[in-house]
Design a binder for this molecule. Structure first.
Ligand SMILES: N[C@@H](CCC(=O)N[C@@H](CS)C(=O)NCC(=O)O)C(=O)O
Length: 211
């Protein structure tokens, strides 16, 4: 049995949920909250979520990209998240890294929103926005006429892109300057797997600062 420890409004949890939902992979979900935190931290003292527990194979799998590759290998489904072709696989991993970088940079702006007065970091926020606009620029160029960010099918890189861009544009708007990025995000939102993760987050979304 697979168990995912995550949180309904966590962007990195969404990345993993998208992969699980895309292939209708059976799993049990545990929300990391006050009740489950001790259990979660005992499993992964680093405290970063989501994590995947595979009871059958007796594995604790951490880091979203590794979780998705793990699912691809041991619980394969209709969609292969990392293509067999080596060059395409490297491209998928490369764009997965770009979107995780966007995700982490975006979270700096989010965290700044909840800092106490006097401890905010306007310089850091401007720096984050500059980096994010740089990411939008390379994604805009990469997309060209593509439907997906790498290769010709939905991959792990698209799983990473969906939450990073969804939260990203709320914190660093596209301002009409990146039309392909905007259209790509709309395509990602139209996928039932991502739409489901978004829908499930709604009851807790008030917890998210600046959303
Ligand atoms: N590189 C990690 C990043 C995971 C991550 O940063 N998750 C956030 C939630 S979206 C988290 O654990 N935040 C709590 C913390 O940093 O203490 C991955 O891909 O799994």
């Amino acid at each position: 049995m697979l168990t995912l420890y995550g949180h309904p409004i966590s962007s990195f949890t969404w990345k993993t949920l998208i992969a699980l939902y895309e292939n209708a992979t059976p799993f049990t979900s545990i929300t990391v909250d006050q009740d489950s935190y001790a259990d979660f931290i005992a499993k992964w003292p680093m405290g970063k979520f989501p994590i995947l527990i595979d009871d059958d194979r007796k594995r604790t799998v951490t880091e979203t990209s590794v979780i998705i590759e793990y699912l691809d290998i041991y619980y394969p489904g209709r969609i292969r998240f990392v293509p067999q072709d080596i060059d395409t696989a490297l491209e998928v991993r490369r764009w997965d890294r770009v979107f995780d970088h966007l995700n982490v940079t975006m979270s700096k702006i989010v965290v700044d929103n909840i800092r106490p007065a006097g401890q905010r970091d306007p310089y850091g926020v401007e720096e984050a926005k500059r980096i994010i606009r740089g990411v939008y620029g390379v994604v805009e160029t990469q997309l060209g006429a593509r439907e997906f960010i790498a290769g010709d099918s939905f991959t792990m890189a698209d799983c990473a892109a969906a939450p990073a861009l969804w939260y990203g544009v709320r914190n660093a708007p596209l301002d009409g300057a990146f039309p392909r990025v905007a259209a790509y995000l709309e395509r990602l939102k139209a996928r039932p797997a991502f739409a489901r993760a978004l829908k499930e987050s709604e009851p807790l979304f008030h917890l998210y600062p600046g959303a």
